[in-house]
Every structure is written in structure tokens, then in C-alpha cells.
Design a protein around this ligand. Sequence first.
Ligand code: PLP
Ligand code: COI
Length: 340
Amino acid sequence: MKQVNLDWGKLGFNYIKTDFRYVSYWKDGKWDGGKLVEDNMITISEGSPAIHYGQQCFEGLKAYRTKDGKIQLFRPDQNAKRMNNSARRLLMPEIPEEKFIDACIQVVKANEHFVPPYGTGATFYLRPYLIGVGDNLGVKPAKEYLFSVFGCPVGPYFKGGLSPVNFMVSDYDRAAPHGTGAAKVGGNYAGSLLPHEIALQRGFADCIYLDPATHTKIEEVGAANFFGITKDNKFVTPKSPSILPSITKYSLMYVAEHYLGMQVEERDVYIDNLDEFVEAGACGTAAVITPIGGIEYKGKLHVFYSQTEVGPITRKLYDTLVGIQFGDIKAPEGWIVEVK
Ligand code: PLP
Ligand code: COI
């Protein structure tokens, strides 16, 4: 196997050009067979609807190196399904689930030397995306599409990994009540750049977004979902049609119930009722589990477990989830796809 010289333990969440990416085009109502290419540049029409009207969606999932040197994907079928939900919302063609998973596997195999060694904490992040391309001017769906998958070795998304970080409640909304909040489309992220920047300038890791209709309930923690642990040991996470259905969140709900014997509730989480939680965290593919030290709201910082230490339940959830992802703990049926 080829060698790459990277300090695996020190990686952040940054673009690193790897050797191969997968590309496939949709034209005349069908997908081509798809192939791996070395060029990381794409050439598309200046009229492409992806550029002007944001007709695009993307996904994020990871490949994990196990103790015995194998490589595995975590629930790629769920990412395929979510990508197709996003595609339907923006009138883009769906990608057959097998094609999506096969593309991810091809990219991991072709870049195997970029998959970080077990024990470094680093992983290989896959970024599938689907964009509307081709000559166009008016606001209408593209006639041609590009589906591509590339990957980069990554470390923690929020600095510090399992150390608590603080978030501030933003006055901005990331999504509208009947908008595209539940789809993984670039427009949601474009709108989040300014509030994110304000949060960084004020010394916070990111923003908490409240529900756009009433501004009373927690929706998202930047590019991650929220969970809290109540005094009576329940795992609670917001339910809303305008948040991104996080695969990590649904996996944690399962882990909390079936591995840790906790009660699980997906329901409204009121920003005025943070006292009900003894611990809180942000969860997502990139964020994994990031403990929330405190949340600033209306000028006050509400501290959960601690500003410096991860709470015991959050740690247990983290150890179990990450243990499953790296193959140290037996996974529920169907969660792991080995890259062979
Ligand atoms: N919420 C947003 C806005 C995200 O971008 C992500 C990342 O994908 C998540 C939540 C977490 O979702 P997942 O656990 O599927 O990565
Ligand atoms: C992910 O967790 O996969 C994300 O998409 C978060 C962010 C990098 C957009």
C-alpha cells in the first residue's frame, strides 16, 4: 500500500486532496456507470442551476479503520436515503442506494492509504454531492446532474474533541417552518455562515438555532443535532420538521435505549427550560459527540455539567457509539458495511 505522510493525531476538519474521486453524470433521464478520476477540478456550464439557484445537496459519512486493519462504513444506507430525500425536495434525480454505497466504497478503496490508522482518533470523511449542471438561465431544474464522492482524512470538527465547548443562541434562523431545513442542501449552510462567524467572533464554537416559527425551542447546534440528559437519566432530543434528521442522533437514541438502558424522548426542548438537563451535547458525523459546556441565551450563560469536563453519561454514549463505529463493540444488525 502507498504511504502518506500525515500527522494523523493532529488532523482538523480540513480539505486534503486525496488521489481519487468518483463521478457520475445523469443525462437524458439516466445515470451513466460512474468512474473514479484523479482530477479534483470539475468543469460545468456557467449557467448551471447549482451555481445560481442552489440546486444541489450533499452528504457526510465516515470510513473507520478497525483494530485488525479492516475498513468499515457506518450506516451508509441512511445517508443514501437522506440524499434522496434532499434530491426529491429540489427536483433532482434520485441515486439508487446501491450506486451511492458502491461509489463510497470505490472512493475508500482507491484512497485506502489516506484512511487513518486505528487508535489515532482520525477517520476518513466522505463527501457525496449532487449538483444540477448544464446551460440554463431561468429558475427551473437542471436537465443534467453530476453526482460525485470525494474523501479526506479528518480529525475533530470542534476543537478539543471530547472537551466541552460553549454555544450561543442566534437571532438568525437557519431554516423556515416549511422550508428546506430537513434537507441537506447548501442553501441552509450559506445562510448559517454569518451567524456562525458572529458566534466565533464572540468566542463561541457555533450557534444554537431556535425553531423559526416561535423562537422558543432548540432546533440545531450549528451543523449538528442537540441532545440533553435529564436528572432522571433520560436521553432527550428535539423533534421538528425543520431540523436535519441526524443519523448520529438516531443511532444515539438506539444506543441509549438498547445498550445503556435509558429512556429516550424525541420532543420539544424549550430554551427556557434548560434546567431539566444535567448534561448536553451536539451530535453529528463531523461533530461525533461534542459536549456542550454552556449555552448563552439573553445575555446569560447556562452551564450544564461542567465547562471543562465531559459528563459521565455523555462519555458512555460517546464510548459506545465510537466503539461501534470502529468495530470494538458489536453493532446492531445492518449498521456496518465492510469495505472489501
Ligand atoms: N444537523 C446539521 C445541520 C448537519 O449539517 C449535520 C451533519 O450532517 C447534522 C445535523 C448531523 O447529521 P448526521 O448525524 O447525519 O451527520
Ligand atoms: C457532517 O457532519 O457530515 C456535516 O455535514 C457537518 C458539516 C461539516 C456540514
